[in-house]
Design a protein around this ligand. Structure first.
Ligand code: AMP
Ligand code: MG
Length: 390
């Protein structure tokens, strides 16, 4: 439902140096054949293999072909041209004998018995990897290192990509106190926004802002109206449960945000709220409990952000449980796990249940969570389950 409701953001042109992690919004075609010429792959001596077949083993060195220079021409079959890795194969030659297989003298080289010669040995022939005009990258491709190498090699100094969503992470709650501020015994450190921002930053969403709002319906409404005027995506935490001071759903409704769903049959994170503005902005109301907030960010917000940047869904990894686990509630269970290497099964997910959704200390040492269908049910060791990383 989240992916259906979140439309792609506008396209912008960005220079090559700032494309890492972006999602391409244009096709990229090969500028030239790749390799663009018959390219030498070893330092050595280029000859005509026909001369070798006719018995020639000693060759006069007629020139040097350096990388980046236009091709020389082999004058006669008794001669050779010294060539460097990355150079064009000289005209009249069709193979390269590596320098370590030759005895070299003053102006000549001689092949030892170890040398074998065949046409195009140690040559990466023109057009072997792709042809000029071939489609190399399609719109929707996420740009990592190999894709950026291809963009550069296609001669593009910039590319059209989806804009990075401007995201504001808003915590709510009168009990919350910032790190660094004095705190009373009955107050709580404000940690969700920092954790949520970290989870977004490591996924390559750099345009992050933050706010904190009190449990006051009027202030919530005013500040959220300002955020909706500024940001593409609003990620709230807290204030979506059934308490007297949980004003978030009503405030969002007052601001014209259409509720798509509120409450999900899951543990943790049952109070999860999601809606969209008339302009297509996504608004996520995550539960305030720190474990719930983080799980719901990974499970709902991240897929929504991927839709916003025009990327496909990122399916979970399938990993077997490393120990049996019993699911008691009739709710989908998000179970934190620690990945371990088992000699028989490879990577397994060891269940590391928390003591409730407020127990974020127990997440230390876990890498993510698996999703188990509603219980009650016994899941035996080896049950393959859907794993997502924090
Ligand atoms: P709420 O959903 O607002 O009822 O919050 C549920 C629980 O999560 C309460 O114990 C809150 O104190 C706690 N909580 C809410 N927001 C945060 C936050 N930003 N950082 C840490 N704990 C929070
Ligand atoms: Mg609250």
């Amino acid at each position: 439902m989240v992916r259906e409701r979140v439309g792609p953001l506008p396209v912008e042109s960005r220079p090559l140096a700032s494309l890492a992690g972006a999602v391409l919004a244009q096709p990229v075609r090969a500028e030239r054949d790749q390799p663009p010429f018959d390219r030498v792959t070893m330092d050595g001596f280029a000859i005509a293999s026909s001369a070798w077949r006719e018995g020639a083993r000693r060759f006069r060195v007629a020139g040097i072909q350096a990388a980046g220079r236009p091709p020389l021409e082999l004058g006669s079959a008794e001669s050779c041209i010294e060539v460097m890795t990355g150079a064009v194969l000289p005209r009249g030659c069709d193979c390269v004998i590596p320098v370590e297989l030759l005895r070299t003298g003053d102006g000549w080289v001689e092949a030892g018995d170890a040398a074998t010669v065949e046409p195009f040995a140690n040559v990466h022939t023109r057009g072997l990897d792709c042809r000029e005009g071939d489609l190399l990258l399609a719109p929707g491709t996420r740009l990592g290192a190999p894709e950026i190498a291809v963009l550069a090699s296609a001669g593009l100094p910039r590319a059209d990509v989806r804009a990075d969503p401007r995201i504001v992470v808003v915590s709510t709650g009168d009990e919350l106190v910032d790190p660094g501020e004095p705190i009373e015994a009955w107050q709580v450190r404000r940690s969700n926004s920092s954790a949520l921002r970290a989870a977004l930053a490591v996924r390559g969403f750099p345009r992050l802002a933050e706010d904190h709002l009190p449990d006051d319906a009027r202030v919530l409404r005013e500040r959220l109206a300002a955020h909706l005027a500024t940001y593409d995506v609003v990620v709230l935490s807290g204030g979506v449960s059934m308490g007297r001071y949980d004003h978030v759903p009503a405030a969002l409704r007052d601001l014209g945000i259409t509720e798509v769903f509120h409450r999900v049959a899951q543990r943790p994170g049952k109070p999860m709220w999601f809606g969209v503005s008339a302009a297509g902005q996504a608004v996520f109301g995550l539960p305030g409990n720190p474990v719930s907030a983080l799980v719901c960010l990974v499970r709902y917000v991240v897929p929504g952000l991927l839709a916003a940047i025009g990327a496909g869904p990122s399916p979970p990894e399938s990993i077997p449980l490393g120990a049996p686990f019993h699911v008691r509630p009739a709710l989908a269970l998000f179970l934190p796990v620690q990945l371990e290497q088992s000699p028989m099964q490879g990577t397994v997910a060891m269940p590391r249940p928390t003591r409730g959704s407020g127990d974020f200390i127990s997440l230390l040492g876990t890498q993510g969570f698996v999703e188990l269908p509603p219980g009650p049910k016994d899941y035996p060791l080896g049950t393959v389950s859907a794993f997502r990383r924090w």
